[in-house]
Design a protein around this ligand. Structure first.
Ligand SMILES: *Cc1c(COP(=O)(O)O)cnc(C)c1O
Length: 364
C-alpha cells in the first residue's frame, strides 16, 4: 500500500498485508501450505520464507516502524537474539525479565555460553552502568509481572553519550505495551521483540513471535533471518494467518481493554484486601498484591467465575494468576502478587466478579 506512513496505526493494522487490488482477487491473503517453491524464484524452500508470514511481517513492520521477522514463538525470537551472540558475550537484562527469557538466559549461562548482569528495569543509571563491555541490552517495559517501566529514550541517550559506537545492541520486548502504546524503535533501540501470542494475536489460540528491526540495521535483519532459516524456529502458515487476523482488531481490543484496566486499577486500589496496585497508567495489564498472603492470592484466583484462572495474557478474555505459582518466577516477585490481564468484556461484569472474589478476604 502506498504512503502507509501517513496512516494511523489503527488503520495500518487493517489495511496492510492484503493481496494487490486486482479485480476478482481475494480480500485476505491465503494460507500458503507449501514446503517448496517452483525453481527460478527468489525463495526455493519454505524454511526461508512463506507468503503468509510475509503479509503479517508487512503489518508488524509498519506498526513498529521497521522490518519484521516472524518466529515460532516469542521465546523463539528471544533465542535468535541471544543465540547469535558470540560465546562469552555479556548480556544485560532486567531483574524481573519475563521468566521464560530469564530461564533461557540462565540455561545459556549454565552452558558457559554467556554472562548475564541483571538490573532493575526502572533505574536508568544502573542500566547504563551495567552496559560496560556488554554485547546486548535486553529491555522489557513494562516488565512482566512487576510492571516496572524503563525510560527507553533516556537509556538510549545515555548509552550513546557514554559508549558511542561501543554501546551494546539494544532489543526491547514490547509485548505488554503493543506498538499502539509505544514504539521503541522511535527511541533509537535496534530491534523490538514481541510475543505475538499475546495482544497481537489476541485470542489465546496461537503461539508466534516476532523481531522488528530498525530500518538502519539491515545487518541484523540478515543475521536473524539466517538464524531463523538455519535453526528452524519458523512459524506455521496457519499460525501466521491467525495472528494476522487477530491484528486486524488490535486497536479495538487494546483501546477497550486499556480503558477497563484504568477503571479496575483505581477500584482495586480502594479495596481493603488489596495492599498494592501495580499499574503504569497505560496498557491493560495490572498486578495487585494481597497483604503478603500467598494463600489469599490463590483463593482469589480460585473464586473468580468470569475471569479465567490461567497463565498468559493479552486475550479477549480476562485472565489472572498468582505468578509465583511458577517455580521459575524470580523470587523477588512478591508471593502474593496476582497478575491481571484485562480483556474486552464489559468492565462492570469484570469488577463484580473480582469484588466477589476479594470481598471475603480479611483486610491486610
Ligand atoms: C509470553 C512472553 C514471552 C514469550 O513468548 P511466547 O510466545 O510464549 O514464546 C516473551 N516476553 C514476554 C513479555 C511475554 O509475556
Amino acid at each position: 500500500m502506498e504512503q502507509h506512513e501517513s496512516l494511523d496505526p489503527a488503520t495500518r493494522a487493517v489495511a496492510l498485508g492484503r493481496p494487490d487490488r486486482i479485480p476478482g482477487a481475494p480480500v485476505n491473503v491465503p494460507v500458503t501450505f507449501s514446503s517448496t517453491y517452483l525453481a527460478g524464484g527468489e525463495v526455493s524452500y519454505a524454511r526461508a520464507s512463506n507468503p503468509t508470514w510475509e503479509a503479517l511481517e508487512e503489518v508488524l513492520g509498519s506498526l513498529e516502524g521497521g522490518h519484521a521477522l516472524t518466529f515460532a514463538s516469542g521465546l523463539g525470537a528471544v533465542a535468535a537474539v541471544v543465540g547469535s551472540l558470540p560465546v562469552g558475550s555479556v548480556v544485560v537484562a532486567p531483574t524481573h525479565v519475563y521468566n521464560g527469557t530469564g530461564g533461557l538466559l540462565a540455561e545459556r549461562v549454565a552452558a558457559g555460553a554467556l554472562e548475564v548482569r541483571n538490573v532493575p528495569a526502572h533505574e536508568t543509571d544502573a542500566i547504563v552502568e551495567a552496559c560496560d563491555g556488554a554485547a546486548l541490552l535486553l529491555l522489557e517495559t513494562p516488565t512482566n509481572p512487576m510492571m516496572e517501566v524503563t525510560d527507553v529514550a533516556a537509556v538510549m541517550g545515555r548509552l550513546e553519550e557514554r559508549y558511542a559506537a561501543a554501546r551494546p545492541l539494544v532489543v526491547c520486548d514490547n509485548t505488554f505495551a503493543t506498538p499502539l502504546v509505544q514504539r521503541p524503535l522511535a527511541w533509537g533501540v535496534d530491534a523490538v521483540l514481541h510475543s505475538a501470542t499475546k495482544y497481537l494475536a489476541g485470542h489465546s489460540d496461537v503461539l508466534l513471535g516476532a523481531l522488528v528491526v530498525a530500518p538502519g540495521r539491515p545487518d541484523l535483519l540478515e543475521r536473524w533471518s539466517t538464524y531463523r532459516t538455519l535453526h528452524g524456529a519458523i512459524p506455521g502458515p496457519m499460525e501466521a494467518w491467525l495472528v494476522l487476523r487477530g491484528v486486524r482488531t488490535l486497536a479495538l481490543r487494546v483501546e477497550r481493554a486499556s480503558a477497563s484496566a484504568a477503571v479496575l486499577a483505581e477500584r482495586l486500589g480502594d479495596h481493603p484486601a488489596v495492599s498494592a496496585v501495580r499499574y503504569p497508567g497505560f496498557g491493560a495489564m495490572v498486578s495487585i498484591e494481597l497483604g503478603g498472603d500467598a494463600e489469599a492470592a490463590e483463593r482469589v484466583c480460585e473464586r473468580v467465575r468470569l475471569w479465567t484462572h490461567s497463565t498468559s495474557l493479552g486475550g479477549v478474555e480476562s485472565q489472572l494468576e498468582r505468578r509465583r505459582r511458577h517455580p521459575l518466577e524470580v523470587e523477588t516477585v512478591p508471593a502474593d502478587l496476582v497478575r491481571l490481564s484485562v480483556g474486552v468484556e464489559a468492565v462492570e461484569d469484570l469488577w463484580r466478579d473480582l469484588r466477589q472474589a476479594l470481598d471475603p478476604l480479611d483486610p491486610p
